[in-house]
Structure formats: structure tokens, C-alpha cells
Design a protein around this ligand. Structure first.
Ligand SMILES: Cc1cc2nc3c(=O)[nH]c(=O)nc-3n(C[C@H](O)[C@H](O)[C@H](O)COP(=O)(O)OP(=O)(O)OC[C@H]3O[C@@H](n4cnc5c(N)ncnc54)[C@H](O)[C@@H]3O)c2cc1C
Length: 469
């Protein structure tokens, strides 16, 4: 690991320009922060290491949870920030900051409606599926349910406001004086030249450390055997800088995993398939877990199976339901989906032992009918029995992004261990501590983009306000 803390004294800087608010990272959090800072009247510049501002956000399904939106009301869904905060705390088994959970839940509807109404991000309610851990339907997504569409809309909004996004600008250092006031940043261009920019406040929106294999091995060894399916440019810079500045880092072992990445295809097979009645077996044709607990914690369960793989087993009804998702349509095109008229055909196509697969299907059928208890504690009774023809897809466990990060307050100000705020440093999205507790099991669907968009909006506005004081 590098010994460079990434912090330099301001007297080493050669500032070529000054901008009130600098945003480091141009993913969902960065662009949202930039929009909010600009609206609040500040001059803002986004610095993005890649040639295009995409990040993990563009790889995602783009679903943003929010409680109490008008889209929910239009569908007759009663939801409140209190209920949402309770769900967050429940999934995290109480092991996250309740004040932050309440703050994010309370601001979530405003964020979604602001994105839709002010910035023309085309979000609608996903009303076909209930995601694990959520009491009600509260996911809002773009027409094809893709993060690429979300990023496309955010980029268009940023362009409409005339906000500059400097790409191929890898921020390598922050300039901070002795009392941790950030005076500017140093960025490296692809030709190896450095440029120093002065600022009055910085928003760290450069996500976590999933793209840093050394840090993943050190902090999350349980997921090392999984496929990395996140943004490789996220190297943990925010954590490195924050630690050197005296910031507190929380939940460093926390992450978003996924127990359903189509093996060899790199396409997420999303969890509605499981929640609506599908289940997983290993290559021996045997179930091994309660798949409905959540997709994040399922990553380690799948990785622990022979060959690090499992099969999602489902039927035509679920196949049809899943075509709502762009990812699933990609999986069909990538020929990842196996169809079989009978159990015998399914066993042959997946090379699973027929006797074991037949027995597992019979057992699950009995669980659906309420005649037998699931040995792993899953309740199958609310969904129909799977019927032939069957479908299957081979999946593996994946690491999507990390959830540990800089401790922040309710508007994204970075905090020290004693709870005091650093003078002018903000963080959101994967750069900040999430609301998922200390491991993988606390990640509830949507926790990633909730913190990216809502902390982005709040931190951008707060940073702008500070520069005007
Ligand atoms: C397949 C998949 C599906 C997902 N689906 C969902 C979902 O439906 N809902 C949900 O809530 N979450 C989802 N997530 C999680 C979600 O994508 C992340 O939580 C979220 O995108 C994080 O946003 P961010 O802006 O913090 O980070 P990112 O989007 O990763 O943006 C960070 C940016 O910072 C840049 N950067 C990094 N370091 C530097 C540096 N030093 N200098 C300059 N730039 C830098 C990176 O290049 C990157 O563009 C999913 C994740 C994956 C992988």
C-alpha cells in the first residue's frame, strides 16, 4: 500500500485557477452534488479520473429508494420516512447510525422528486417487485432500469446548467493547512503533468475501495474469492485522504455483494427473480441457504459452493417477469439462460444429478404448499409453485462496491472521531460511511444510490452555502 497520504501543505501548490466547490468524482454522487451546488449559486467543477463520467453508477440498475413520493401515492402506496428508516435499521440489525438513517429517509422523496422535476431524470416507481428488507415498494428507476440511463440524464442536466466536468483528471492530492482546511487539490493528466486548483470546499464523491485489491484483501477477506463487478477506478482515495486529515472511518468491512452474477457473462441476474419464487441450488442440485434474506449477503454463500457457482432455478412465469429489466434481456442475448421442458432436461442441460434436482424441486413445492418447513428459514408460501417448462442460469458471487467510508453528519460534512466536523470537507455515496452496518448482510437494495444521490444533493448544497458565508 502506498505510504503517500495524499495530503500536501498549501505552500507546495501552484494554483492555476480557483473554483468555489470542487467535486472529486463524476458518478451519481458527484453529478448530484454538482447540480445542488450550482443551484445554490456556487461555481462548481467536477474532476473525474476517467475519460467519461460513469463510475459504478453507470454499471448499476439505477434504482433509487425513496419514501413518500408522489409516484408512490399515485399507486396508493402508503410510506413514510419513519417506516423507511425502520427498514434500514432492521436490515442493518441496528448496527448503523440511526440519525443518518432517519436523515436520509426523510430527504429521499425530495431527492427523487427534485431529480424528476428540476433535472428531468425520468424516474418511475418499480411496482412489480418488493425488494428484500423493504416493507413497501419504494424503488424508483429509469425506463429500462439502468444506471447508464440515470447517468445519461444526470450528465444532460449538468450540461444544461453549464457545469464543467473535467475528465481524465485524477485527483492525487488535497492541499490542507495545519488545521485541515482544504485549500485546493492536485490533479494528474494522462500525459503525466500535474495541475493545482484552489477551492473553498471539496466534496469527495470518488466512492470506496472496491477497485483496490490490496485494500479489499486487507479489510474484506471473505469476498476475495468473488468476482469483482464494480468500477475499477475506485481505489479508496477518499479514505486515504480522510484518515490523514484526522477523519473517522466507519464500517470498513461493509460492502455490497451480489449472489447472482451470471457466471462468465458478467451480467447481474436481479433479485426479483428470487423474491418472486426462484431459488438457488449448487452443482449437486441442493439448496444451501435462505436466498430471500438479500442478494448482498448471498455473495459469500455462493462463493462457498463448489466451483464458486450456483444455479438460479425458476420457470416461465418468472422469466417473463424479469424481462422488465435490461440486464435480464442482456442475459437472454448472452445465452446465459437455460430452458428445459422437464426436470430431466434441466438436469442434463445444467449437468446436475437428476435425482437430487428432482428431490429439491419436490421439497420446494412442499414448502410453497406449506407442507414442509424450509431448513434455512425461508417462507415460500406467498408465491406460486414453479411449473415446467423450467429455466436456470448459472451464477457466481460478486463484489459490487464497498460501503465503509468517512464518517459524515446529516449533510455530508466529514467528521473526526470526536464528532467534530472538518472545516470544509464533504463526502457522499461510496466515499462516505453507508447505512449498511459492518458487513454484507446489512446492505438493503438501494442503500448505494440513496447515499449517493441524497448525500450528493445535501453535501453539494451545504458546500456551496459554506463558500458564500
Ligand atoms: C451491478 C450493480 C448494480 C447496482 N444497482 C444498484 C441499484 O439499483 N440501486 C442502488 O442504490 N445501488 C446500486 N448499486 C450500487 C451503486 O451503483 C453505488 O452505490 C453508487 O453508484 C455509488 O455512487 P458514487 O457516485 O459514490 O460512486 P461511483 O458511481 O463509482 O463514482 C465515483 C467516481 O469517482 C471517480 N474517481 C475515483 N477516484 C478518483 C480520483 N482520485 N480522482 C477523480 N475521480 C475519481 C471514479 O472514476 C468514478 O467515476 C449497484 C452497483 C452495481 C455494481
Amino acid at each position: 500500500m502506498t505510504t503517500d497520504t495524499g495530503i500536501l501543505p498549501p505552500d507546495l501548490a501552484h494554483f492555476s485557477a480557483a473554483v468555489a466547490v470542487l467535486v472529486v468524482g463524476g458518478g451519481g454522487c458527484g453529478l448530484t452534488a454538482a447540480l445542488a451546488a450550482s443551484e445554490a449559486g456556487a461555481e462548481v467543477l467536477v474532476l473525474e479520473r476517467d475519460a467519461s463520467a460513469l463510475g459504478t453508477t453507470a454499471m448499476s440498475t439505477g434504482l433509487i429508494p425513496a419514501a413518500g413520493t408522489r409516484m408512490q401515492r399515485e399507486r396508493g402506496i402508503a410510506d413514510t420516512p419513519e417506516l423507511f428508516a425502520r427498514d434500514i435499521m432492521g436490515k442493518a440489525r441496528g448496527a448503523t447510525d440511526p440519525d443518518i438513517a432517519v436523515a436520509l429517509a426523510s430527504e429521499s422523496a425530495s431527492t427523487v422528486e427534485w431529480l424528476v422535476d428540476t433535472h428531468r431524470v425520468p424516474l418511475t416507481l418499480v411496482d412489480s417487485f418488493l425488494y428484500p428488507g423493504h416493507s413497501v415498494k419504494r424503488m424508483h428507476g429509469s425506463p429500462n432500469r439502468t444506471g447508464a440511463e440515470l447517468m445519461g440524464s444526470l450528465t444532460a442536466a449538468v450540461e444544461r446548467r453549464g457545469i464543467d466536468v473535467l475528465t481524465e483528471a485524477l485527483v492525487t492530492h488535497l492541499f490542507a493547512d495545519a488545521d485541515a482546511v482544504i485549500r485546493g487539490v492536485r490533479l494528474r493528466r494522462p500525459d503525466g503533468t500535474d495541475e493545482d486548483l484552489a477551492c473553498k470546499a471539496v466534496v469527495l464523491a470518488c466512492c470506496g475501495f472496491a477497485g483496490n485489491a490490496e485494500m479489499v484483501a486487507q479489510y474484506i477477506p471473505e469476498i476475495v474469492g468473488a468476482t469483482f463487478f464494480g468500477h475499477p477506478g475506485n481505489k479508496g482515495d477518499a479514505i486515504r485522504w480522510g484518515l490523514a486529515l484526522g477523519a473517522a472511518v466507519r464500517d470498513i468491512h461493509s460492502y455490497q455483494g451480489h449472489g447472482g452474477l451470471a457466471a462468465g457473462r458478467g451480467i447481474p441476474i436481479l433479485w426479483p427473480l428470487i423474491m418472486e419464487g426462484g431459488f438457488q441450488v449448487n452443482q449437486a442440485g441442493q439448496r444451501f441457504s435462505n436466498e430471500s434474506k438479500g442478494y448482498s449477503e448471498q455473495a459469500v454463500e455462493v462463493v462457498a459452493q463448489p466451483g464458486h457457482v450456483a444455479w438460479d432455478i425458476y420457470d416461465q412465469r418468472l422469466h417473463q417477469l424479469m424481462t422488465e429489466f435490461d440486464d435480464y434481456r442482456d442475459a437472454i442475448e448472452a445465452r446465459a439462460i437455460v430452458s428445459a421442458a422437464t426436470v430431466a432436461e434441466l438436469a442434463a442441460a445444467t449437468q446436475m444429478p437428476l435425482a437430487a434436482l428432482t428431490q429439491t424441486l419436490r421439497e420446494v413445492e412442499a414448502m410453497v404448499r406449506g407442507e414442509r418447513a424450509c431448513p434455512f428459514g425461508r417462507d415460500f408460501t406467498a408465491k406460486p409453485v414453479l411449473t415446467a417448462p423450467y429455466c436456470a442460469v448459472k451464477v457466481t458471487g460478486a463484489l459490487f462496491h464497498t460501503q465503509g467510508g468517512l464518517a459524515v453528519d446529516a449533510v455530508g460534512r466529514v467528521l473526526r472521531d470526536d464528532g467534530t466536523a472538518l472545516p470544509n470537507l464533504y463526502a457522499g455515496g461510496g466515499a462516505a460511511r453507508g447505512i449498511s452496518g459492518p458487513s454484507s448482510w446489512g446492505y438493503m437494495a438501494g442503500n448505494g444510490l440513496l447515499t449517493a444521490t441524497t448525500f450528493g444533493r445535501l453535501a453539494g448544497a451545504a458546500a456551496a452555502k459554506q463558500t458564500q458565508a
